[in-house]
Design a protein around this ligand. Structure first.
Ligand code: IMP
Ligand code: MG
Length: 189
């Protein structure tokens, strides 16, 4: 079977079975830790939506879902740390047990911003679950309560993560090689 042109330069780093097994374990750990308490799961848009959808089906406590949209200025592959909220929560998180769900913590600057911002909203508790962490690239120390996988400092795509808005639909985490660019996604067959 031939690989379509748009994903020819993407190499599988974490396959779908490995993702699902780890996410089931994270869900079990979260279920045990919250011990029946209701939680508010906040997905950081857009990257976390695929992970969040799978994760919550492994969490066996009462769950409500909120989303927050952020964008950080910078070039396509590096965070500047200057974060803008592009879509805010719909409901208050005062006195709620909040679990922030991210796709990846790279420099940590986006998560540091979110944690500071959320602390001012007076939740009862605030924890972070990220699918991926790139420890080599950390510029600030952020407390990560649940981490799916630690990866090397390489640009990855798929399972919600994008390159120029593309690749979120891949069912695995792939390594995006330097010679691939957005043109290969719009170029056709
Ligand atoms: P940080 O502020 O440097 O931690 O960056 C976090 C955000 O940058 C993530 O939520 C992603 O949106 C994006 N990002 C960082 N590394 C990657 C990557 O390897 N692939 C896709 N997006 C990434
Ligand atoms: Mg993100």
């Amino acid at each position: 079977m031939s690989v379509p042109a748009w994903r020819r330069s993407i190499e599988v780093l974490i396959d779908s079975a490995a993702l699902q097994a780890r996410i089931a374990a994270l869900g079990a750990q979260i279920t045990a830790d919250y011990a029946g308490r209701a939680i508010c799961v906040v997905g950081v848009l857009k990257g976390s939506f695929v992970f969040l959808a799978d994760l919550i089906r492994h969490i066996d406590v009462p769950v409500q879902i909120e989303f927050i949209g952020i964008s950080s200025y910078g070039d396509a592959t590096k965070s500047s740390g200057i974060v803008q909220i592009t879509r805010d929560l719909q409901h208050s998180i005062v006195d709620r047990d909040v679990l922030l769900v991210e796709d990846i913590v790279d420099s940590g600057l986006s998560m540091a911003y979110l944690l500071n911002n959320f602390a001012t909203r007076r939740p009862r508790s605030l924890k972070v679950c990220t699918l991926l962490e790139k420890p080599a690239n950390a510029q600030v120390k952020v407390p990560l309560d649940y981490v799916g996988f630690q990866i090397a400092d390489r640009f990855v795509v798929g399972y919600g993560l994008d390159a120029s808005g593309f690749c979120r639909n891949l069912p695995y985490i792939g390594l995006f090689s330097a010679d691939a660019d957005a043109a290969s996604f719009t170029g056709g067959v």
